[in-house]
Design a protein around this ligand. Structure first.
Ligand code: GLU
Length: 458
């Protein structure tokens, strides 16, 4: 059997990190079993779905590197198929037209509530034989009246639902459009999904979906409902807790691998290992190791992981991501050191790529705010810096080691500690008081630019 998983987001906003985690689990499981991962856009809610949101999902999946072997499928392209199944259900007596008016349903609901019963449709139209002309109708699924549905959930264990609790679900609205639970069923069936991994907010939909799948004589998929991600206050993660959109994490300077590594652990574990390469995740991931209880989002841990990845991943790969941030911040990187060099010199000093970009502007830009740095430079250091300028001009070998000896020699000559020179020098060259070691910084900025910046201030 080929394992087939799917990620089925509704395009009503951005790609939420909870969704990304679900997508990751589906992706990992299919990878682990050499199966197929399918992307399905559930866009039948025409009022809430937008093309921008579809784009955001596709972009998020691409940035995360979660590739799919089939799709994206769009539910709005499949209405003919849904209609065919609706007709099939009606002709097989598995669904029926319901002509009940709003008034009748409201009255029914009021009576049931008054009798302390759970409001549910009473099946009035189930056995109705007439077909009133020109009267609007919805289509309802004939849910089995008795018995139970056992969801053998891979995370929550066996969850039992009584059919008496489930009424005859509306599967097509009066305008003929199919409803959510029905389209999911037709798609999971047609796409031969073997494993449904999704948020446990869908657990209550599952018995209804199972009943419809059985009506289609489908082989049931295995279900795994993963607990929600919580905020630090124990409530469901939402905007109030900070960024929830995947692309916001890109904008904030996270590496996709760090985010995936973070998300995989948020609901799954493999011993006490925290850091997983993509290959390791694929190799170790198993549904049976999904956690039952919800995990809380922890930005500090994500930052820690991000920093780990910034420090250890191939500088070329980091540089590719950093390019985007430099552009975002309007830094022209065509004139200046190769970005891989920036990564190598800055990787120990930045928790995010955004921060790295912010801290690297001076490698590419010569703008010096003389008025701002002037008060920070003791006047008696100026002659020393002048001499240093001469020495640096004469320096043939523009390497960090040689630059270091020149600065050191200038300091010794003036009877000063090296820091007394290095700090004003740093201020002049970088515009700030924090940078990587001054010699390596000067080397990377390049001789000509260093001399120009120095002369300008002197
Ligand atoms: N479209 C649903 C959602 O975005 C997911 C449905 C499913 O996975 O079955 O919540």
């Amino acid at each position: 059997m080929t394992i087939r998983t799917r990620f089925a987001p509704s395009p009503t906003g951005y790609l939420h990190i909870g969704g990304a985690r679900t997508a990751l689990y589906c992706w990992l499981y299919s990878r682990n079993h050499q199966g197929k991962f399918i992307l399905r856009i559930e866009d039948t809610d025409l009022e809430r779905s937008t093309p921008e949101a579809v784009q955001a999902i596709l972009e998020g999946m691409q940035w995360l590197g979660l590739d799919y072997q089939e799709g994206p499928f769009y539910q709005t392209h499949r209405f003919d198929r849904y209609n065919a199944v609706l007709q099939q259900f009606i002709s097989e007596g598995k669904a029926y037209r319901c002509y009940c008016t709003k008034e009748r349903l409201e009255k029914l609901r009021a009576e049931q509530t008054a009798n302390k019963q759970k409001p549910r449709y009473d099946g009035f139209c189930r056995n109705r034989k007439d077909q009133p002309a020109n009267q609007p109708f919805v289509i309802r699924f004939c849910n089995p009246a008795e018995g139970e549905v056992v969801v053998d959930d891979q995370v929550h264990g066996k969850v039992v639902f009584q059919n008496t609790e489930l009424d005859d679900l509306i599967i097509a609205r009066s305008d003929g459009t199919p409803t959510y639970n029905f389209t999911v069923v037709v798609d999971d069936y047609d796409m031969q999904i073997t494993h449904v991994i999704r948020g446990d907010d869908h657990l209550n939909n599952t018995p209804r979906q199972i009943n419809m799948l059985l009506a289609l004589n489908a082989k049931l998929p295995l279900y795994a409902h993963v607990p929600m991600i919580l905020g630090t206050d124990g409530k469901k993660l939402s905007k109030r807790h900070g960024a929830v959109s995947v692309m916001q994490y890109r904008d904030d300077g996270f590496l996709p691998d760090a985010l995936l590594n973070y998300l995989v652990r948020l609901g799954w574990s493999h011993g006490d290992q925290e850091i997983f390469s993509r290959d390791e995740m694929i190799q170790f991931f198993d549904i049976k190791d999904l956690n039952k209880s919800a995990a809380a989002f922890n930005l500090e841990k994500l930052l820690w992981l991000n920093q780990h990845y910034i420090k250890t991943v191939d500088a070329k790969i980091i540089a590719e991501h950093l390019t985007w941030h430099m552009q975002e911040q309007g830094i022209d990187i065509t004139q200046g050191p190769p970005l891989t060099e920036i990564v190598l010199i800055q990787r120990e000093r930045a928790k995010t790529l955004k921060e790295m970009a912010e801290k690297s502007r001076y490698f590419y830009e010569d703008k010096i705010d003389i008025a701002a740095i002037k008060p920070e430079i003791p006047p008696d250091i100026l002659p020393v810096l002048k001499k240093l300028h001469e020495k640096l001009s004469a320096l043939q070998d523009w390497s960090a080691v040689s630059i270091h000896s020149v600065i050191n020699a200038s300091a010794e000559e003036a009877g000063l500690k090296m820091g007394k020179i290095a700090q004003p020098l740093r201020l002049i060259i970088t515009g700030g008081s924090v940078s990587p070691p001054i010699d390596a910084t000067l080397q990377l900025i390049g001789k000509q630019r260093v001399l120009e910046r120095l002369s300008k201030v002197l």
